[in-house]
Design a protein around this ligand. Structure first.
Ligand SMILES: Cc1cc2nc3c(=O)[nH]c(=O)nc-3n(C[C@H](O)[C@H](O)[C@H](O)COP(=O)(O)O)c2cc1C
Ligand code: SF4
Ligand code: SF4
Length: 297
């Protein structure tokens, strides 16, 4: 089973980990009960060792060639092969790089596809995904949303609600795994968002390069940043650039000197996934002029 996913602030990763754990456990139980029934333990032991590679996960980025979906080519591959895609909703749609990943899915011949998105309140992308993957020839077995914690609003009511969202989300994972295992179809995406917003946001980088970044301009606190490089490496669209520049520093005898320092700069292709903000170990990434928006984990 191949799970392709992207997670900015961590919600989707929580879901992917839970799905992988539940899928792995149910596969292990299956193999163990097979082992009990069948005395030919040598062959069954081989089955269990194969379980380790039963689930493979791949991170979706704009550039990583590994995240081009590979469909099974041999008949034996097809027995266990399912493609699962998990991603967050972003402005009623999803980030353009994830939409472009979905558009790049290869043509299929009835291979099973499972799509799950995580969201906070409003989405309007299900219908378009359903039409697109059907046109590509997939057997769409799942298209569903999981309501997850809202990390952007930090009031006590929201914190309480976040707890129950997480609990319900994890419970839903167990149901989803049971559907996957039993071959039940689950197509129950939400349509409570704006279709127009969804269309523009997923298809036009202009929305991101323009209006979104006007309100949510990301910047790095260079005093706090240790240049660890994590955000540069993890940005799915390579939007963070390392710039060498002259910086003032104080020498031991307190004379001001100039030295060359690496500084980070967010370029113009940010897709507001918030990964750099959520993952920085020094909490050095923030939204310029908007201290109210921060991530509560
Ligand atoms: C910039 C931005 C825009 C978002 N837009 C929406 C939206 O339109 N509708 C919605 O339901 N959730 C929206 N969300 C919330 C995320 O979809 C939700 O928190 C998701 O679980 C995040 O997954 P992640 O933590 O894996 O990135 C948005 C989040 C961000 C950061
Ligand atoms: S992750 Fe944080 S500390 Fe590391 S380079 Fe990025 S901004 Fe600096
Ligand atoms: S710069 Fe940060 S928020 Fe923008 S796309 Fe890259 S990781 Fe996501």
């Amino acid at each position: 089973m191949h799970i392709y996913y992207f997670s900015g602030t961590g919600n989707t990763k929580v879901i992917v980990d839970k799905l992988a754990e539940s899928l792995h456990n149910s596969k292990k139980i299956e193999s163990e009960s097979k082992q009990r029934i069948n005395k030919k333990s040598k062959r069954d032991n081989k089955d269990i060792s194969r379980d380790k590679s039963y689930i493979e996960t791949f991170k979706i980025t704009l550039f990583n060639k590994d995240t081009v979906v590979k469909l099974p080519t041999t008949e034996s591959d097809q027995i266990n092969h399912r493609t699962v895609i998990v991603f967050p909703v972003n402005t009623h749609a999803t980030s353009p790089f994830i939409w472009s990943f979905l558009k790049r899915l290869p043509k299929a011949k009835g291979e099973q596809l499972y799509i799950i998105y995580t969201y906070n309140n409003s989405a309007a992308i299900g219908k378009s995904i359903q039409r697109m993957v059907k046109r590509k020839g997939y057997d769409l077995r799942m298209l569903t949303g999981i309501l997850m914690p809202n990390h952007m609003i930090s009031d006590p009511e929201q914190a309480k609600d976040n707890e129950s969202r997480l609990e319900n989300g994890l419970k839903l994972c167990t149901e989803i795994v049971s559907d996957i295992k039993s071959g039940r179809t689950r197509i129950d995406y939400k349509t409570n968002g704006s279709k127009l917003l969804s269309f523009f946001n997923r298809n036009t980088p202009l929305v991101w390069g323009g209006s979104m970044r006007l309100f949510f301009k990301l910047n790095v606190d260079h005093q706090a940043c240790t240049n660890c490089g994590l955000c540069v490496e993890e940005c799915p669209v390579k939007n963070i650039k390392v710039k060498k520049c002259k910086a003032k520093s104080m020498s031991e005898n307190e004379n001001t000197q100039r030295s060359i320092q690496s500084m980070l700069k967010h370029k113009g292709n940010c897709q507001m996934c918030m990964k750099c903000l959520a993952n920085c170990p020094m909490k050095a990434v923030g939204i310029k002029g908007n201290d109210k928006i921060s991530l509560v984990q």
